[in-house]
Write a new protein. Sequence first.
Length: 101
Amino acid sequence: MPEEDCAEIRTQLTQRIIAIGQRRGTAGIAQEIDAIRRIAHRNGMLPTVTVAHLLESALARGECGALVRDWLALLGEAVHSERQDDATCHAFAAACQVRFA
């Protein structure tokens, strides 16, 4: 993917993450995370897909509030990851396990 397209997608995903973080309550958060996950998947942003999937699971478990903001911060880190390989996905998954266990 050309670097310009990648930068545009990262900007779009970052804006979505910021918008989620500014919401009050949990209404619609799962749909927004799903949209982020789908966009990332379509564009080969594997660490973002991994964190979004784990965040969706956390929301399904009933996590909310400050913990969701921490998840969103990690999702933002994944969006801006330069590496998009399996090892990086595993590293982000491990970070989720350590930070949010």
